[in-house]
Design a binder for this molecule. Structure first.
Ligand SMILES: [Zn+2]
Length: 445
Protein backbone atom coordinates (compact mmCIF):
# COMPACT_ATOMS: atom_id res chain seq x y z
CA UNK A 1 0.00 0.00 0.00
CA UNK A 2 2.98 2.26 0.38
CA UNK A 3 2.81 5.13 -2.10
CA UNK A 4 3.53 8.80 -2.34
CA UNK A 5 0.13 9.15 -0.74
CA UNK A 6 1.55 7.54 2.40
CA UNK A 7 3.68 10.61 3.00
CA UNK A 8 0.60 12.65 3.81
CA UNK A 9 -1.83 9.97 4.96
CA UNK A 10 -2.19 11.28 8.59
CA UNK A 11 -2.83 14.77 7.20
CA UNK A 12 -5.43 13.25 4.84
CA UNK A 13 -7.24 11.72 7.84
CA UNK A 14 -7.31 15.13 9.52
CA UNK A 15 -8.89 16.59 6.37
CA UNK A 16 -11.64 13.94 6.67
CA UNK A 17 -12.53 15.44 10.05
CA UNK A 18 -13.39 18.67 8.21
CA UNK A 19 -16.22 17.00 6.28
CA UNK A 20 -19.42 18.30 7.87
CA UNK A 21 -21.84 15.59 8.96
CA UNK A 22 -23.91 17.20 11.71
CA UNK A 23 -27.30 15.87 10.69
CA UNK A 24 -26.21 12.29 10.17
CA UNK A 25 -27.78 9.93 12.76
CA UNK A 26 -27.52 6.27 11.78
CA UNK A 27 -28.32 3.38 14.17
CA UNK A 28 -24.66 2.68 14.75
CA UNK A 29 -22.56 5.81 15.05
CA UNK A 30 -19.68 5.56 12.61
CA UNK A 31 -16.74 7.87 12.67
CA UNK A 32 -16.82 9.88 9.46
CA UNK A 33 -13.19 9.04 8.77
CA UNK A 34 -14.19 5.39 8.76
CA UNK A 35 -17.18 5.99 6.49
CA UNK A 36 -15.16 8.02 4.01
CA UNK A 37 -12.48 5.33 3.82
CA UNK A 38 -15.31 2.83 3.33
CA UNK A 39 -16.43 4.95 0.37
CA UNK A 40 -12.91 5.32 -1.04
CA UNK A 41 -12.49 1.51 -0.72
CA UNK A 42 -15.30 1.01 -3.21
CA UNK A 43 -12.99 2.49 -5.87
CA UNK A 44 -9.57 1.70 -4.39
CA UNK A 45 -10.38 -2.01 -4.70
CA UNK A 46 -12.35 -1.40 -7.90
CA UNK A 47 -15.44 -3.24 -6.71
CA UNK A 48 -17.63 -2.00 -9.57
CA UNK A 49 -20.85 -1.41 -7.64
CA UNK A 50 -21.87 -0.23 -4.19
CA UNK A 51 -23.47 -3.60 -3.44
CA UNK A 52 -20.07 -5.33 -3.73
CA UNK A 53 -18.91 -3.45 -0.64
CA UNK A 54 -21.11 -5.79 1.43
CA UNK A 55 -19.62 -8.91 -0.13
CA UNK A 56 -15.99 -8.12 -1.02
CA UNK A 57 -15.37 -6.16 2.15
CA UNK A 58 -17.19 -8.49 4.54
CA UNK A 59 -15.80 -8.56 8.05
CA UNK A 60 -16.28 -12.25 8.90
CA UNK A 61 -13.06 -14.25 8.71
CA UNK A 62 -11.16 -11.36 7.12
CA UNK A 63 -8.91 -8.53 8.20
CA UNK A 64 -11.20 -5.94 6.57
CA UNK A 65 -12.49 -4.29 9.75
CA UNK A 66 -9.03 -4.25 11.31
CA UNK A 67 -7.43 -2.78 8.19
CA UNK A 68 -10.15 -0.16 7.70
CA UNK A 69 -9.68 0.92 11.33
CA UNK A 70 -5.93 1.19 10.75
CA UNK A 71 -6.46 3.32 7.64
CA UNK A 72 -9.03 5.62 9.25
CA UNK A 73 -7.36 5.61 12.71
CA UNK A 74 -10.65 4.56 14.28
CA UNK A 75 -11.96 1.77 16.53
CA UNK A 76 -15.22 0.70 14.91
CA UNK A 77 -16.49 -2.67 16.04
CA UNK A 78 -18.61 -3.40 13.03
CA UNK A 79 -18.41 -2.37 9.44
CA UNK A 80 -21.25 -0.48 7.73
CA UNK A 81 -23.35 -1.67 4.79
CA UNK A 82 -23.41 0.07 1.46
CA UNK A 83 -26.67 1.91 2.19
CA UNK A 84 -25.01 3.58 5.19
CA UNK A 85 -22.53 5.18 2.80
CA UNK A 86 -25.30 6.45 0.51
CA UNK A 87 -27.17 7.80 3.52
CA UNK A 88 -24.03 9.52 4.85
CA UNK A 89 -23.38 11.20 1.47
CA UNK A 90 -26.95 12.46 1.44
CA UNK A 91 -26.04 14.55 4.46
CA UNK A 92 -22.56 15.67 3.48
CA UNK A 93 -23.35 16.61 -0.12
CA UNK A 94 -20.65 16.50 -2.80
CA UNK A 95 -18.71 19.71 -2.08
CA UNK A 96 -16.53 18.42 0.81
CA UNK A 97 -15.21 15.65 -1.45
CA UNK A 98 -14.33 18.06 -4.25
CA UNK A 99 -12.41 20.01 -1.60
CA UNK A 100 -10.67 16.82 -0.40
CA UNK A 101 -9.56 16.06 -3.98
CA UNK A 102 -8.21 19.62 -4.31
CA UNK A 103 -6.25 19.33 -1.07
CA UNK A 104 -4.62 16.12 -2.32
CA UNK A 105 -3.55 17.84 -5.53
CA UNK A 106 -2.16 20.82 -3.63
CA UNK A 107 -0.19 18.46 -1.40
CA UNK A 108 1.25 16.48 -4.34
CA UNK A 109 2.24 19.74 -6.02
CA UNK A 110 3.85 21.06 -2.84
CA UNK A 111 5.82 17.81 -2.46
CA UNK A 112 7.19 18.55 -5.94
CA UNK A 113 6.36 14.99 -6.98
CA UNK A 114 4.71 16.17 -10.19
CA UNK A 115 7.42 18.58 -11.29
CA UNK A 116 8.87 16.31 -13.99
CA UNK A 117 5.62 16.77 -15.93
CA UNK A 118 6.00 20.56 -16.11
CA UNK A 119 6.25 22.35 -19.42
CA UNK A 120 8.59 25.34 -19.15
CA UNK A 121 7.76 25.61 -15.46
CA UNK A 122 4.01 25.33 -15.99
CA UNK A 123 1.72 22.47 -15.02
CA UNK A 124 -0.15 21.14 -18.05
CA UNK A 125 -3.91 20.91 -17.49
CA UNK A 126 -5.81 18.81 -20.01
CA UNK A 127 -9.42 19.81 -20.61
CA UNK A 128 -12.04 17.40 -21.91
CA UNK A 129 -15.58 16.27 -21.26
CA UNK A 130 -16.97 12.78 -20.99
CA UNK A 131 -20.33 11.08 -20.57
CA UNK A 132 -21.23 9.84 -17.10
CA UNK A 133 -24.74 8.48 -17.36
CA UNK A 134 -27.25 7.84 -20.13
CA UNK A 135 -30.93 7.11 -19.69
CA UNK A 136 -33.83 6.34 -22.06
CA UNK A 137 -36.26 8.24 -19.79
CA UNK A 138 -35.98 11.63 -18.06
CA UNK A 139 -33.85 11.01 -15.00
CA UNK A 140 -33.83 14.41 -13.28
CA UNK A 141 -34.59 18.06 -14.16
CA UNK A 142 -30.91 18.63 -15.02
CA UNK A 143 -30.47 15.94 -17.69
CA UNK A 144 -29.10 17.03 -21.06
CA UNK A 145 -31.65 16.02 -23.68
CA UNK A 146 -30.60 14.71 -27.10
CA UNK A 147 -33.33 13.90 -29.59
CA UNK A 148 -32.46 11.34 -32.26
CA UNK A 149 -34.80 10.39 -35.09
CA UNK A 150 -35.96 7.20 -33.38
CA UNK A 151 -35.44 7.96 -29.70
CA UNK A 152 -34.39 10.53 -27.09
CA UNK A 153 -31.54 10.13 -24.63
CA UNK A 154 -31.06 11.87 -21.28
CA UNK A 155 -27.44 12.40 -20.38
CA UNK A 156 -25.13 13.53 -17.64
CA UNK A 157 -21.64 14.70 -18.60
CA UNK A 158 -18.68 16.20 -16.81
CA UNK A 159 -15.91 18.55 -17.90
CA UNK A 160 -12.60 17.61 -16.31
CA UNK A 161 -9.40 19.56 -15.83
CA UNK A 162 -6.75 16.91 -15.28
CA UNK A 163 -3.21 17.69 -14.30
CA UNK A 164 -0.78 15.77 -16.50
CA UNK A 165 2.07 14.61 -14.30
CA UNK A 166 5.13 12.54 -15.16
CA UNK A 167 4.78 8.86 -16.17
CA UNK A 168 1.31 9.37 -17.64
CA UNK A 169 -0.25 10.46 -14.32
CA UNK A 170 -3.62 12.04 -15.11
CA UNK A 171 -4.99 13.55 -11.91
CA UNK A 172 -8.38 15.18 -11.50
CA UNK A 173 -7.80 18.82 -10.59
CA UNK A 174 -11.23 20.39 -11.13
CA UNK A 175 -14.58 19.07 -12.36
CA UNK A 176 -17.62 20.86 -13.70
CA UNK A 177 -20.81 18.93 -14.30
CA UNK A 178 -22.46 19.68 -17.62
CA UNK A 179 -26.15 19.86 -16.83
CA UNK A 180 -29.16 22.05 -17.34
CA UNK A 181 -29.99 24.29 -14.44
CA UNK A 182 -33.27 23.94 -12.59
CA UNK A 183 -34.20 27.51 -13.50
CA UNK A 184 -34.84 26.72 -17.13
CA UNK A 185 -36.21 23.24 -16.48
CA UNK A 186 -39.72 24.53 -17.04
CA UNK A 187 -38.87 25.48 -20.59
CA UNK A 188 -39.18 22.60 -22.98
CA UNK A 189 -37.84 21.58 -26.34
CA UNK A 190 -36.12 24.19 -28.46
CA UNK A 191 -36.74 27.06 -25.99
CA UNK A 192 -34.30 25.52 -23.65
CA UNK A 193 -30.65 26.39 -24.27
CA UNK A 194 -28.71 23.38 -23.10
CA UNK A 195 -25.51 23.45 -21.15
CA UNK A 196 -22.39 22.41 -23.04
CA UNK A 197 -18.65 21.76 -22.71
CA UNK A 198 -17.58 25.36 -23.50
CA UNK A 199 -20.18 26.91 -21.19
CA UNK A 200 -18.95 24.57 -18.48
CA UNK A 201 -15.40 25.81 -19.14
CA UNK A 202 -16.55 29.35 -18.29
CA UNK A 203 -17.53 28.04 -14.85
CA UNK A 204 -14.61 25.66 -14.39
CA UNK A 205 -11.70 27.98 -15.08
CA UNK A 206 -12.52 30.69 -12.47
CA UNK A 207 -13.02 27.88 -9.93
CA UNK A 208 -9.69 26.26 -10.88
CA UNK A 209 -7.90 29.60 -10.57
CA UNK A 210 -9.46 30.21 -7.18
CA UNK A 211 -8.31 26.80 -5.92
CA UNK A 212 -4.77 27.25 -7.27
CA UNK A 213 -4.20 31.03 -7.31
CA UNK A 214 -0.41 31.05 -7.73
CA UNK A 215 0.16 28.03 -9.92
CA UNK A 216 1.57 28.54 -13.42
CA UNK A 217 -0.78 26.63 -15.71
CA UNK A 218 -0.86 25.71 -19.37
CA UNK A 219 -4.23 24.57 -20.75
CA UNK A 220 -4.24 21.73 -23.23
CA UNK A 221 -7.37 21.06 -25.28
CA UNK A 222 -8.65 19.63 -28.55
CA UNK A 223 -9.78 21.75 -31.51
CA UNK A 224 -13.17 22.48 -29.90
CA UNK A 225 -11.27 24.71 -27.47
CA UNK A 226 -9.38 26.60 -30.19
CA UNK A 227 -11.89 29.46 -30.09
CA UNK A 228 -12.23 33.01 -28.75
CA UNK A 229 -14.00 31.87 -25.58
CA UNK A 230 -11.03 29.76 -24.45
CA UNK A 231 -8.51 32.44 -25.42
CA UNK A 232 -10.42 35.04 -23.40
CA UNK A 233 -10.79 32.72 -20.39
CA UNK A 234 -7.08 31.82 -20.53
CA UNK A 235 -6.23 35.51 -20.59
CA UNK A 236 -8.61 36.38 -17.73
CA UNK A 237 -7.24 33.63 -15.53
CA UNK A 238 -3.54 33.92 -16.43
CA UNK A 239 -3.12 30.57 -18.14
CA UNK A 240 -1.01 29.72 -21.17
CA UNK A 241 -2.42 27.31 -23.74
CA UNK A 242 -1.58 24.69 -26.35
CA UNK A 243 -4.72 23.86 -28.38
CA UNK A 244 -5.21 21.48 -31.29
CA UNK A 245 -5.44 23.42 -34.56
CA UNK A 246 -7.54 22.01 -37.41
CA UNK A 247 -8.33 23.52 -40.83
CA UNK A 248 -12.10 23.53 -40.15
CA UNK A 249 -11.82 25.67 -37.00
CA UNK A 250 -10.67 29.19 -37.97
CA UNK A 251 -10.21 28.37 -41.72
CA UNK A 252 -8.79 31.82 -42.59
CA UNK A 253 -6.11 31.49 -39.88
CA UNK A 254 -5.24 28.03 -41.13
CA UNK A 255 -4.73 29.47 -44.63
CA UNK A 256 -2.41 32.17 -43.24
CA UNK A 257 -0.56 29.47 -41.29
CA UNK A 258 0.11 27.42 -44.42
CA UNK A 259 1.24 30.50 -46.37
CA UNK A 260 3.56 31.69 -43.57
CA UNK A 261 5.13 28.23 -43.15
CA UNK A 262 6.48 28.56 -46.72
CA UNK A 263 7.99 31.97 -45.88
CA UNK A 264 10.02 30.77 -42.91
CA UNK A 265 11.77 27.53 -43.95
CA UNK A 266 14.36 28.10 -41.21
CA UNK A 267 11.72 27.28 -38.55
CA UNK A 268 12.18 23.54 -38.88
CA UNK A 269 13.34 20.70 -36.65
CA UNK A 270 13.74 17.08 -37.73
CA UNK A 271 14.06 14.25 -35.22
CA UNK A 272 13.29 10.60 -34.53
CA UNK A 273 11.53 9.07 -31.54
CA UNK A 274 12.68 5.94 -29.66
CA UNK A 275 9.66 4.21 -31.29
CA UNK A 276 11.23 4.88 -34.72
CA UNK A 277 8.83 7.60 -35.78
CA UNK A 278 10.31 10.30 -37.98
CA UNK A 279 9.10 13.79 -37.03
CA UNK A 280 9.35 17.11 -38.84
CA UNK A 281 8.34 20.15 -36.76
CA UNK A 282 7.68 23.52 -38.40
CA UNK A 283 6.30 26.66 -36.79
CA UNK A 284 5.30 30.28 -37.34
CA UNK A 285 5.12 33.25 -34.98
CA UNK A 286 2.46 35.91 -34.68
CA UNK A 287 -0.59 34.44 -36.40
CA UNK A 288 -3.52 36.79 -36.05
CA UNK A 289 -7.20 35.92 -35.53
CA UNK A 290 -10.12 38.35 -35.43
CA UNK A 291 -13.14 36.89 -33.64
CA UNK A 292 -16.83 37.65 -34.26
CA UNK A 293 -16.79 40.29 -31.50
CA UNK A 294 -13.99 42.21 -33.21
CA UNK A 295 -11.26 41.20 -30.77
CA UNK A 296 -7.88 40.37 -32.25
CA UNK A 297 -5.86 37.43 -30.92
CA UNK A 298 -2.22 36.77 -31.64
CA UNK A 299 -0.49 33.39 -31.17
CA UNK A 300 2.11 30.99 -32.57
CA UNK A 301 1.38 27.76 -34.41
CA UNK A 302 3.21 24.45 -34.67
CA UNK A 303 2.91 21.69 -37.25
CA UNK A 304 4.28 18.20 -36.73
CA UNK A 305 4.43 15.67 -39.58
CA UNK A 306 5.07 12.24 -38.17
CA UNK A 307 5.96 9.25 -40.32
CA UNK A 308 5.65 5.71 -38.95
CA UNK A 309 6.10 2.72 -41.29
CA UNK A 310 5.70 4.95 -44.35
CA UNK A 311 2.41 6.45 -43.07
CA UNK A 312 2.49 10.22 -42.41
CA UNK A 313 0.11 11.97 -40.01
CA UNK A 314 -0.06 15.75 -39.55
CA UNK A 315 -0.72 17.36 -36.16
CA UNK A 316 -0.98 21.09 -35.44
CA UNK A 317 -1.43 23.32 -32.41
CA UNK A 318 -1.78 27.00 -31.57
CA UNK A 319 -0.02 28.31 -28.49
CA UNK A 320 0.94 31.54 -26.73
CA UNK A 321 4.18 29.94 -25.52
CA UNK A 322 7.36 31.12 -27.17
CA UNK A 323 8.32 28.57 -29.86
CA UNK A 324 11.85 27.97 -31.13
CA UNK A 325 13.98 25.01 -32.21
CA UNK A 326 14.91 24.24 -28.60
CA UNK A 327 11.35 24.28 -27.26
CA UNK A 328 9.13 23.11 -30.12
CA UNK A 329 9.31 19.37 -29.43
CA UNK A 330 8.61 19.74 -25.71
CA UNK A 331 5.65 22.07 -26.34
CA UNK A 332 4.17 19.67 -28.91
CA UNK A 333 4.66 16.63 -26.69
CA UNK A 334 3.81 17.84 -23.20
CA UNK A 335 1.33 20.52 -24.25
CA UNK A 336 -0.15 18.81 -27.29
CA UNK A 337 0.17 15.07 -27.47
CA UNK A 338 0.03 14.22 -23.77
CA UNK A 339 -3.53 15.58 -23.82
CA UNK A 340 -4.48 12.08 -25.09
CA UNK A 341 -3.77 10.79 -21.61
CA UNK A 342 -7.03 12.33 -20.41
CA UNK A 343 -8.86 10.02 -22.82
CA UNK A 344 -6.76 6.89 -22.20
CA UNK A 345 -5.35 6.93 -18.66
CA UNK A 346 -8.24 9.18 -17.58
CA UNK A 347 -11.69 8.43 -19.00
CA UNK A 348 -11.11 5.00 -20.57
CA UNK A 349 -9.44 3.67 -17.47
CA UNK A 350 -12.22 4.98 -15.24
CA UNK A 351 -14.89 3.50 -17.52
CA UNK A 352 -13.34 0.15 -18.40
CA UNK A 353 -12.18 -1.05 -15.01
CA UNK A 354 -13.73 -1.73 -11.63
CA UNK A 355 -13.77 2.06 -11.16
CA UNK A 356 -16.89 1.81 -13.34
CA UNK A 357 -17.37 5.54 -13.98
CA UNK A 358 -20.62 5.08 -15.95
CA UNK A 359 -22.32 3.04 -13.23
CA UNK A 360 -25.28 4.61 -11.39
CA UNK A 361 -23.80 4.56 -7.88
CA UNK A 362 -26.75 6.45 -6.46
CA UNK A 363 -30.24 7.34 -7.62
CA UNK A 364 -29.83 10.89 -6.36
CA UNK A 365 -28.02 13.43 -8.60
CA UNK A 366 -26.19 15.16 -5.72
CA UNK A 367 -25.00 11.91 -4.16
CA UNK A 368 -23.87 10.77 -7.61
CA UNK A 369 -21.48 13.74 -7.60
CA UNK A 370 -20.15 12.76 -4.18
CA UNK A 371 -19.48 9.26 -5.53
CA UNK A 372 -17.81 10.86 -8.56
CA UNK A 373 -15.33 12.72 -6.35
CA UNK A 374 -14.66 9.61 -4.21
CA UNK A 375 -13.78 7.82 -7.46
CA UNK A 376 -11.37 10.62 -8.44
CA UNK A 377 -9.73 10.53 -4.99
CA UNK A 378 -9.24 6.76 -5.13
CA UNK A 379 -7.90 6.98 -8.69
CA UNK A 380 -5.30 9.54 -7.57
CA UNK A 381 -4.14 7.13 -4.82
CA UNK A 382 -4.15 4.20 -7.27
CA UNK A 383 -2.15 6.04 -9.93
CA UNK A 384 0.54 7.17 -7.51
CA UNK A 385 0.77 3.54 -6.39
CA UNK A 386 0.88 2.05 -9.90
CA UNK A 387 3.59 4.31 -11.33
CA UNK A 388 5.50 4.86 -8.08
CA UNK A 389 9.02 3.59 -7.57
CA UNK A 390 8.02 1.29 -4.67
CA UNK A 391 5.95 -1.03 -6.86
CA UNK A 392 8.56 -0.74 -9.61
CA UNK A 393 11.40 -1.64 -7.25
CA UNK A 394 9.45 -4.57 -5.87
CA UNK A 395 8.87 -5.89 -9.41
CA UNK A 396 12.53 -5.25 -10.23
CA UNK A 397 13.52 -7.68 -7.46
CA UNK A 398 11.94 -10.33 -9.69
CA UNK A 399 13.60 -8.83 -12.76
CA UNK A 400 10.32 -7.53 -14.15
CA UNK A 401 8.14 -4.43 -14.57
CA UNK A 402 4.94 -4.22 -12.44
CA UNK A 403 2.73 -5.10 -15.43
CA UNK A 404 4.97 -8.07 -16.32
CA UNK A 405 4.86 -9.26 -12.72
CA UNK A 406 1.11 -8.93 -12.24
CA UNK A 407 -0.08 -9.33 -15.84
CA UNK A 408 -2.42 -6.32 -15.90
CA UNK A 409 -3.78 -3.39 -13.92
CA UNK A 410 -6.86 -5.51 -13.30
CA UNK A 411 -4.71 -8.16 -11.63
CA UNK A 412 -2.99 -5.51 -9.51
CA UNK A 413 -6.46 -4.42 -8.33
CA UNK A 414 -7.36 -8.01 -7.45
CA UNK A 415 -4.12 -8.52 -5.54
CA UNK A 416 -4.74 -5.30 -3.61
CA UNK A 417 -8.19 -6.57 -2.59
CA UNK A 418 -6.81 -10.00 -1.59
CA UNK A 419 -4.11 -8.34 0.50
CA UNK A 420 -6.66 -6.08 2.19
CA UNK A 421 -8.94 -9.01 2.99
CA UNK A 422 -6.41 -11.50 4.29
CA UNK A 423 -3.36 -9.64 5.56
CA UNK A 424 -3.40 -7.37 8.58
CA UNK A 425 -1.67 -4.13 7.69
CA UNK A 426 1.33 -4.17 10.01
CA UNK A 427 2.67 -1.45 12.30
CA UNK A 428 5.64 -1.18 9.97
CA UNK A 429 3.34 -0.06 7.14
CA UNK A 430 2.12 2.82 9.27
CA UNK A 431 5.53 3.85 10.55
CA UNK A 432 5.81 7.47 9.50
CA UNK A 433 9.51 7.81 10.17
CA UNK A 434 10.14 4.87 7.86
CA UNK A 435 7.85 6.28 5.17
CA UNK A 436 9.66 9.59 5.41
CA UNK A 437 12.97 7.96 4.64
CA UNK A 438 11.71 6.32 1.46
CA UNK A 439 12.22 8.37 -1.65
CA UNK A 440 9.25 7.79 -3.90
CA UNK A 441 9.70 8.69 -7.53
CA UNK A 442 7.43 8.34 -10.49
CA UNK A 443 8.74 6.43 -13.46
CA UNK A 444 9.38 8.97 -16.18
CA UNK A 445 11.01 6.55 -18.62
ZN1 LIG B 1 -30.58 13.59 -14.81
Amino acid sequence: MATTFWHFWPEFNRWLDDVPDTRFMPLVIYDKRFLIWWGISLYLFQLGSRRQLDFDLDARGTQVLNNLNRLAQTQQETRPVHDTLDHFLEHTGAAPFAELRTRMLRRLIRMRSLDAGRLQGRFVVALDATGLLAFRRPHCPCCLVYRHTTHTVYLHQVLEAKLLGPAGLTLSMASEFIENSDSNAALSGEDRKQDCELKALSRLLPQLRQEFPQLRLCLSGDSLYACARTLQLAKNHHCNYVLTFKPGHMPAVWKDFQALLKLCPENELTCSTPEDAHQVYRWVHGLSYRDDQGRTWCFNAIECKETVNGQTTTFAWITDLNVDARKVKEIAEKGGRHRWHIENQGFNRQKNSGLNLEHVFSTDPERLKAFYYLLQIAHIILQTFEVGSLLRNMAAEFGRTPTQLFGSLKNIARRLLEAFRYFALSDEVFDRSRAGSIQVRFDTS
